[in-house]
Design a protein around this ligand. Structure first.
Ligand code: IMP
Length: 425
């Protein structure tokens, strides 16, 4: 029985979608377990680029089944658009896409609450994608949410109306007012609900466990990154779900002893979109260069991402929490052309102490990164398809990271296309 996990080890946008797409051929089922349309998983092949928000990244492979698990939150409006964007692929969603009855729905008023809450925070805002993620998970844990399975129940409209009325009252609490046309939002929402019925609505925990008993292989696809985890991330500048390995168990209904490999995906540098601490952030021309060469603009919101050098303290923390067995390094090509590159190996606290753990208030109390300087490489590497042909300085960078993190790097990505992927171990 095999379930492997793919998780982001930084603040999201590590390139998980591409890697899931590349690895899908070795699996029967690809399953999303948390998050929602705040995610933007980018896949590139045959000269085309696709951005998926809710649908798992295995959808382009004819042999794989794709499951949206109970831990995911779904906005039917965005889901409908995603399905429409895939029209030209003639995907038979009724056989290839399964949706958990227990996944919670994002209502239009959840999005309004998200917007009002962020606006009222002023400078202290989280930098949310404003997709209604936080308010939807609040209703889930508050036991007020509406689940996909509810929409076929006779009392569902009543449930909807009770909850949205409550949300409208809650909106009055916020000082910052937002403009909206509820009727238009609700019309669009109710029209979009039919798109959910294009896929199979199932008890996905049974489906996955039965498939495992039949010897099928499952790849669980994480969204966001470990440092955005609601428990272990840079709280409160986090998302509202468990993005770490344990989230795959609760978000799919699989037991921990079914998990085999945990693939940890990280960029050869670091990015963050939204607010919150970021110890290795570069507010200088190197940061600008990483953003421009790495095309670091959000695939969901278009926002410019903050950029910085790799942070090995944070990566070690993420590896520990997730039980990562294999590492996957993305966007190594973006570092080409830097004469020197830097890796954060520890932090210096405001009172001069050197620490090797990711602190409770990372960055807030004047944590300074301590860097190791390494030689960069000038070569263009995007066309390389053999690990032996990598520049020596990149080989040294890989060896240095593996040693520091005590975990092997298995795959290196040298560009957005499926083909720009090499296996190094
Ligand atoms: P929310 O999950 O949309 O409420 O956003 C909370 C925080 O997580 C914000 O800083 C977002 O920028 C960040 N975030 C949410 N989803 C993603 C993602 O898929 N990639 C990167 N950052 C994300």
């Amino acid at each position: 029985m095999i379930v492997d996990l793919i998780l982001g080890l930084q603040w999201g946008d590590e390139g998980k979608g591409k890697i899931v797409d590349v690895l899908t051929k070795s699996y029967d089922i690809i399953a999303r377990f948390q998050g929602g349309p705040n995610a933007g998983h980018t896949l590139k092949f045959d000269g085309n680029k696709h951005i998926l928000h809710t649908i798992p990244s295995g959808i382009f492979h004819s042999d794989a089944l794709n499951v949206i698990g109970n831990g995911v939150v779904i906005d039917p409006v965005i889901f409908k658009k995603e399905i429409e964007n895939l029209k030209s692929y003639n995907i038979d969603f009724s056989s290839k896409l399964l949706l958990s009855k227990k996944a919670h729905l994002i209502l239009p008023t959840h999005r309004l609450l998200d917007a009002a809450s962020e606006k009222s925070k002023g400078k202290g805002k989280i930098g949310s994608t404003l997709k209604g993620i936080g308010p939807t998970y609040m209703d889930k844990t508050g036991r007020n949410g509406i689940r996909v399975g509810d929409i076929s129940q006779p009392n569902w409209k009543e449930k909807y109306s009770t909850l949205s009325k409550k949300h409208l009252k809650m909106l009055n609490y916020f000082n910052s007012k937002i403009d909206f046309n509820l009727k238009a939002l609700e019309d669009e929402f109710f029209k979009s609900l039919n798109s959910l019925k294009l896929c199979q609505i199932v008890d996905s925990e049974y489906f996955i466990n039965d498939s495992l008993k039949k010897g099928k292989k499952v790849l669980a696809e994480g969204a966001q990154g470990s440092l955005l985890d609601i428990d272990f991330g840079t709280y409160p500048y986090v998302t509202s779900s468990n993005t770490t390995a344990a989230g795959a168990c609760t978000g799919l209904g699989i037991a921990p002893n079914k998990i085999n490999d945990v693939f940890g995906v990280f960029k050869a540098y670091v990015t963050r979109v939204g607010s919150g601490p970021f110890p290795t952030e570069l507010n200088n021309k190197d940061g600008e260069r990483l953003a421009n060469i790495g095309k670091e603009f959000g695939s969901t919101t278009g926002r410019k991402r903050r950029c910085g050098w790799i942070d090995l303290v944070a990566l070690k923390y993420a590896i520990e929490i997730n039980g990562v067995t294999k590492l996957i390094m993305m966007k190594a090509d973006v570092l080409s052309g830097f004469e020197k590159i830097y890796a954060c190996v520890s932090y210096k606290t405001s009172d001069g102490k050197i620490i090797n753990h990711f602190p409770y208030d990372s960055g807030i109390n004047g944590i300074e990164p301590v860097y190791k300087e390494l030689d960069g490489w000038m070569d263009e590497i995007t066309e390389i398809n053999n690990p032996n042909s990598l520049p020596i300085s990149l080989k040294n960078y890989i060896a240095f990271i593996e040693e520091a993190l005590e975990t092997p790097i298995k795959i290196i990505s040298l560009g957005p296309d499926r083909k720009q992927t090499i296996y190094v171990n």
